[in-house]
Design a protein around this ligand. Sequence first.
Ligand code: TYC
Length: 123
Amino acid sequence: MVQPMPLTAFAVRASADEGDGESGGQNQVGVATKTRAKPKKPSQFKVLMLNDDYTPMEFVVLVLKRFFNMDLEQATRVMLHVHQKGVGVCGIFPYEIAETKVNQVMDFAKQNQHPLQCTLEKA
Ligand code: TYC
């Protein structure tokens, strides 16, 4: 994924380049290029499922299978963990994918009139 470079750092360096009268000085251009190109690891986010008293167990298992590609055994294990402990991890993803999964789960729960809650947390 392309990351926006830190604007302030670039602006300071760019104006220093213009002002010093030395075209082609080694530092300025090299530093700006390096700042722009530096690859950044996309940060990872846990998708968490929360327990409640009303959502049927079968529905939670269906959600875990449908949106997190779990098989019946995995989905049942995670659902029971959430049921007993209050919260559990459905998976760890880059931010945009994690956000999409949370929205898919919340929309699907709403459509089916269940109060199931799903959220994000930085991994
Ligand atoms: N506690 C719910 C019940 O007893 C089941 C449940 C499990 C609900 C996991 C939400 O994330 C959840 N029907």
